[in-house]
Write a new protein. Structure first.
Length: 130
């Protein structure tokens, strides 16, 4: 029954949710069964399919995309911080404490806005845009 439902999920290309996600997550990550293991879908011995191969591929692509967004945010924030500090130092202020206050405020604003902007753009659905 479970394999039958997993096969139906494959036919509608629903690899990351439903029964197939639950089945393959257990098979690959906990039971240590290779993802290219073929299963008899209908129990008649004629239809064998590697149920978890596409799921595993999609799983690692999703993981890599998520991690790359995190590293991109960190790198862009480091660059923005350096640019902000240098710009505030070039402006020149009467006291060092006033300069540090401006640096702190502007670095916070730029990093806060950048982090929100990058996350929104990374997960935005722009398929309808031309």
């Amino acid at each position: 029954m479970l394999l039958n439902q997993a096969y139906k999920d494959i036919m509608v290309e629903s690899y990351q949710d439903g029964v197939i996600q639950c089945f393959c997550d257990y098979e690959v990550n906990y039971a240590y069964i290779p993802s290219d293991q073929e299963y008899d879908i209908y129990g008649d011995g004629t239809t064998k399919y590697a149920v978890c191969s596409q799921w595993e591929s999609d799983y690692y692509i999703g993981y890599a995309a998520t991690e790359s967004v995190s590293f991109t945010i960190i790198i862009i924030n480091m660059i923005l911080k350096e640019i902000t500090v240098r710009l505030v130092e070039r402006i020149g202020h009467e006291t060092k404490s006033e300069q540090m206050t401006y640096i702190t405020n502007y670095v916070f604003y730029s990093l806060f806005l950048n982090t929100g902007f990058v996350i929104v753009m990374a997960y935005a659905n722009l398929t309808e845009q031309s």
